[in-house]
Design a binder for this molecule. Structure first.
Ligand SMILES: Nc1ncnc2c1ncn2[C@@H]1O[C@H](COP(=O)(O)OP(=O)(O)OP(=O)(O)O)[C@@H](O)[C@H]1O
Length: 245
């Protein structure tokens, strides 16, 4: 099996505080992997370590190439798109300018018009809101914009940090339907951090589970969702039953 991403004994810290204590997991190419864990387990920190945003030890490999210690800019240019928690859109800029910046920041060659058509196919609402300031969009529209901004950079790997947060269940359902479509159509690999583990395990083919900076379980999404001990301890009531349905 070939991997989009491999983490080998990865450690990370903010200044003196060590947060990740040597974690190992991989994201198979073209698949969605869920990264789960309780609040404060280190999920966001893991995404930041992959993107080169914080001090990181061990080894991070992107399609086999060692990217540990590279700058966030270099990692973005290699095809990693990060959709951070809080969405990270430029609220004072229009939808269109946010998308233009998405393509520019990654400095990746591609056909912006073609990418734009593709994101408007997924999110027609954004096309209607092209000239609107991102800060005036609804929460769901802002999340659509954040994902679209990642897509126009024509990434090989998308890191998604809690896309469902703060959104109404009906919007979350729509959004995850579109994420599933994107994963299928584009063959893009995804690492999905998600509090809603039931949803995450339905979308993902594999999952890894973090507990205070340590990896405590990994495997197929199906196996993890059916492990009753894990479901009870980490995934919320009924995770096994729902995710396995
Ligand atoms: N900028 C920072 N400086 C110092 N410590 C931080 C910083 N950001 C996060 N931490 C600490 O790192 C630990 C892991 O945080 P992280 O945000 O990675 O967890 P998480 O699993 O994503 O949690 P949540 O689901 O609540 O977002 C926490 O103890 C947090 O307090």
């Amino acid at each position: 099996m070939s991997y989009a991403l491999e983490l080998n004994d990865v450690t990370a810290s903010y200044g003196h505080g060590s947060i990740l204590h040597g974690i190992n997991f991989a994201v198979p190419e073209g698949e969605v992997t869920a990264l789960l864990g309780a609040n404060g387990a280190g999920k966001t920190t893991t995404l930041r370590a992959i993107c080169g945003m914080i001090e990181t030890g061990g080894e991070v490999r992107l399609f086999g190439e060692d990217i540990t210690g590279k700058s966030p800019d270099a990692i973005a240019r290699m095809g990693v798109a990060h959709v951070p928690d809080g969405r990270g859109t430029f609220t004072g800029l229009t939808v269109m300018d946010n998308l233009r910046l998405g393509a520019l920041i990654a400095k990746r060659r591609g056909n912006f018009r073609r990418s734009l058509d593709r994101v408007f196919d997924y999110f027609p609402r954004l096309k209607e809101r092209m000239g609107q300031h991102a800060g005036t969009l609804s929460g769901g529209e802002q999340q659509m914009l954040a994902i679209s901004r990642a897509l126009v950079s024509e990434p090989h790997l998308i890191l998604l940090d809690e896309p469902s947060i703060g959104l109404a269940p009906v919007i979350v359902k729509q959004l995850f339907g579109i994420l599933e479509q994107i994963a299928q159509d584009a063959g893009v690999s995804m690492l999905l951090v998600e509090q809603n583990s039931n949803l995450a395990l339905k979308l993902a083919s594999n999952a890894a589970l973090l507990e205070v900076g340590n990896l405590v379980a990994q495997g197929s999404a199906e196996a993890l969702s059916q492990n009753q001990d894990i479901a009870r301890a980490y995934l919320g009531d009924g995770a096994g039953a729902e995710a396995g349905a």
